[in-house]
Design a protein around this ligand. Structure first.
Ligand code: NDP
Length: 336
């Protein structure tokens, strides 16, 4: 197997030298195990957190360890009656070409039901993040205004389209005119705002004439500063991610904004609630599978994928996430 291992903890943007690519012999599978060949590797912003040893909700990848990540893989040998050779499965085998895992740690996919890559995106963890966070915390009502940034990404694009399906007005924020065009033409947002625009504050005001009832927080940074100024009374803020700060390169600013924000929480009766998607699996997991499968089938929800070829290109592809180089769900195609 060829593996991308974490060689050192990145300081800001991860460098090639923070990783080492190593090829070694696979162990023999034990009873109830399968040998997997990675077809697609999912790249997600949370992986930046795993490269760091700062305290978080999950343990860091140890130095010398294989970088973690969800994969779509093919079973190439099996010592389990649960999985047969040729099955395509969802697994969590990380940045590597092959792996030996317990069969019960894999989920069999049906390639006829949906393209298998959707298990890493719209029908998988990112889609569920949007569904759980928006419906459980955001609770958009018909006619309300929902705002989300990183809006062409797998989480943001699903947030906007689910908000529309619930009768709300969806406003997407993205970097650059081409992504803003996609928001309107591909994903059906009601308005699109470019966060790189020098007139961001005015653009946002024009796009949200009735204020903002739900801000699905994906990015933090200067976008959050501007959006929170427009939150309505009783607005809800599901805090999903703060990708603007993941490389630790976002300027801190010359003063502490927390007191002003807390004053807004008080005077506007805001609900601000962080979440990690899997907390909603027991309450929303089954409904998500049913609703999202239906929405994809009837065209209510569309998705975009950005596929990079070759495991060796994974570090470079990953650097593109906070930079916004990806358009849609970022995947690495590891094998055919
Ligand atoms: P995306 O594929 O959307 O990638 C990140 C995007 O963030 C970039 O493409 C870029 O888009 C945007 N971005 C980066 N820096 C900034 C910035 N400074 N200001 C504004 N936008 C920025 O990622 P996902 O859809 O996979 O994830 C979206 C968010 O959801 C992330 O914060 C992630 O950590 C979080 N998340 C949280 C989960 C949870 O359980 N809480 C689970 C899954 C994801 P653009 O070019 O438009 O700027």
């Amino acid at each position: 197997t060829t593996q991308v291992r974490l060689a050192s903890r990145p300081v800001a943007e991860p460098l090639d030298s923070d990783f080492e690519i190593v090829t070694e012999e696979l162990p023999e599978p034990a009873e109830d195990q399968v040998v997997l060949r990675t077809l697609y590797l999912s790249l997600d912003p949370y992986m930046r957190g795993r490269m760091s040893d700062a305290e978080s909700y999950a343990d860091p990848v140890p130095l010398g360890g294989v970088m973690v990540g969800q994969t779509v893989s093919e079973v190439i040998a099996s010592r389990s009656d649960r999985r047969a050779v040729g099955d395509v499965v969802l697994a969590y085998t990380g940045w590597q070409s092959h792996a030996v895992v317990d069969a019960r740690m894999t989920k069999k996919l049906d390639p006829d039901a949906a393209p298998v890559t959707t298990a890493l995106g719209v029908l998988g963890m990112p889609g569920f993040t949007a569904y759980g966070g928006l419906l459980a915390i955001g609770q958009p009502k018909p006619g309300e205004t929902v705002v989300v940034a990183a809006a062409t990404g797998p989480v943001g694009s699903a947030v906007g389209q689910i908000a529309k399906a619930k009768g709300a007005r969806a406003v997407g924020i993205a970097g650059g005119p081409e992504k803003c065009r996609l928001l309107l033409e591909e994903f059906g947002f009601d308005a699109a705002v470019d966060h790189r625009s020098p007139t961001l504050r005015d653009d946002l005001a024009a796009a949200t004439p009735d204020g903002i009832d739900v801000y699905f927080e994906n990015v933090g940074g200067h976008v959050a500063t501007e959006v929170t100024r427009r939150l309505n009374r009783f607005a809800r803020v599901p805090v999903c991610g703060l990708v603007a700060g993941y490389n630790g390169t976002e300027p801190v600013g010359d003063h502490d904004r927390l007191p002003a924000f807390m004053r807004r929480v008080l005077t506007k009766s805001l609900t601000v609630r962080g979440f990690i998607q899997d907390e909603f699996l027991p309450t929303h997991g089954a409904e998500f599978q049913r609703d999202m499968t239906g929405w994809i089938a009837d065209g209510t929800v569309r998705y975009l994928e950005d596929v990079v070829d070759g495991l060796e290109n994974t570090p470079e592809a990953f650097r593109g996430l906070p930079a916004g180089r990806n358009v849609g769900k970022l995947l690495v195609k590891v094998a055919d």
